[in-house]
Design a protein around this ligand. Structure first.
Ligand code: PFF
Length: 448
């Protein structure tokens, strides 16, 4: 008998715990910065509403119906609908994406842990922009420090994964997310008081289509998958631990709303600090590590708030990481009859090794590039922009073209009108949008 969430809230908190993470606080602001601001935000929001929400429902629905890990689950659902066994490839694609994402995610989570310690030592007090930037670059140049923190984070993640779904995941999820929201609101309050909030809002929300490029559209769509943990079976495997009577639509709605709100709050707060301190919005993955120390260093009680902030962010990253490996671990347990601890060790070991290559790409191996991108960027682009949207596309197509309508309807338990809406979006709108963005990127469709 598989274990299940103890109630609806446990599922919502766990799925929100998966969705809310570095994607919201670290990646969303830096991507918005490097992609020119408002047009990126607009496309991201459109993708969240038009693709993200219905696909979140779809993934939960597939998982709960299958009651299995994503590989066996897709095979089972395909068999039930008389479809091909090849559909289990969607599960394998997801397992691979999860492992590859965690390889860079864990390295960045390691930065967060290190910054938590720096914050606690009071080293942000009175920091200038140049000092914050210098400190971050020095940190990146030291592979041993990066390795230490990456290893620490992987150890934390695999420990919880090894303990299993109900005991490990649930407890961890319930306390820290409200804490993260509270501290982000404090940061926003600070930005409202002393940051350049007008320019921040302008940058993020005043539509400026001159800055939109095919690459930015793809990144915005990819990011909507990344931030909602969609397209790789993480939500599917969490859905498979969900009891029958819970409303999927409502759970999905809460998760999407929480995730989006947190990203927007983080973005507005961070850009207000960026503009007030004449920093560069497009400075890339180091953005929050180069801006937040300045803000916390000036704020009353900054040492305490900064420490709490980085601890809570590390926690949010932790709950996301757990979901990144859960598809692989569940598959090893259910298909290959491995014990949970051994499965966790195997997957964790692989991710840890890949992570070493990622952290070296910031220093010793920074010269090794392909199309001008280092290994970190390669992994990020491959997973976020290609693997996740592709996985999501296949899941959507499977749910509406292969699965029996009666089965989907029974799981989703929507009224007729909402069911038709879900069907329309999942059948036409979401697949068409994903395919158009892909075609546009490879130049077959010069839309923008
Ligand atoms: N959604 C997480 C974040 O925004 O940080 C990252 C993530 C977790 C992506 C789980 C994909 C996934 F399956």
């Amino acid at each position: 008998m598989r274990s299940h969430w103890s109630n609806r809230w446990a599922f919502i908190m766990a799925t929100a715990g998966s969705a809310v993470g570095l994607g919201n606080v670290w990646k969303f602001p830096y991507m918005t910065g490097t992609n020119g601001g408002s047009a990126f935000v607009l496309v991201y929001l459109l993708c969240v509403a038009l693709i993200g929400l219905p696909l979140m429902m779809t993934e939960i629905m597939l998982g709960r119906r299958a009651q299995r890990n994503p590989v066996d689950g897709m095979a089972y659902l395909a068999a039930e609908a008389g479809g091909s066994r090849w559909w289990q490839g969607v599960g394998y694609l997801g397992i691979a994406a999860g492992v590859l994402i965690l390889a860079f995610y864990s390295v960045v989570a390691g930065w967060v842990l290190d910054y938590g310690l720096r914050a606690a030592s009071g080293s942000f007090a009175g920091m200038t922009g140049a000092q914050a930037q210098g400190a971050f670059l020095d940190f990146l140049a030291d592979p041993f420090e990066l390795l230490f923190w990456h290893s620490a984070f992987m150890f934390m993640t695999m420990l919880v994964v090894a303990k299993g779904v109900t005991s490990g995941l649930e407890r961890a999820n319930k306390i820290m997310m409200p804490g993260l929201i509270a501290i982000l609101l404090i940061l926003l309050g600070y930005s409202l008081a002393v940051g350049d909030i007008d320019r921040s809002l302008d940058f993020m929300f005043r539509p400026d289509f001159s800055r939109i490029t095919p690459g930015a559209v793809l990144s915005a769509m990819g990011h909507s998958f990344f931030t909602l943990s969609l397209g790789m079976g993480a939500v599917m495997v969490y859905g498979s631990y969900l009891q029958r009577h819970v409303s999927i639509a409502r759970a999905a709605f809460y998760v999407v709303l929480t995730d989006t709100a947190i990203a927007l709050i983080a973005g507005v707060a961070i850009f207000a600090i960026v503009f007030a301190n004449h920093l560069e919005p497009a400075s890339g993955p180091g953005l929050i590590f180069q801006t937040l120390p300045i803000a916390f260093g000036q704020m009353p009680g900054g040492t305490l708030f900064a420490t709490l902030f980085f601890i809570l962010l590390a926690f949010a990253a932790w709950t996301s990481s757990i979901s990144l490996v859960e598809p692989a671990v569940a598959w090893l347990i259910e298909r290959h009859r491995l014990g949970r601890a051994r499965a966790a060790l195997l997957v964790g070991g692989l991710v840890w090794l890949l992570g070493i290559a990622v952290l070296l790409s910031f220093n010793a191996w920074s010269d090794i590039t392909l199309f001008g991108l280092n290994f970190f960027d390669q992994l990020d682009k491959l997973t976020t922009n290609i693997m996740l949207p592709l996985g999501g596309l296949l899941m959507a197509l499977f749910a509406v073209w292969v699965m029996r309508a009666a089965h989907a309807q029974e799981e989703l338990a929507l009224n007729e009108c909402n069911y038709r809406r879900w069907l329309f979006v999942t059948r036409y709108v979401a697949p068409a949008a994903i395919v158009l963005v892909f075609l546009n990127l490879i130049g077959l469709l010069p839309l923008v």
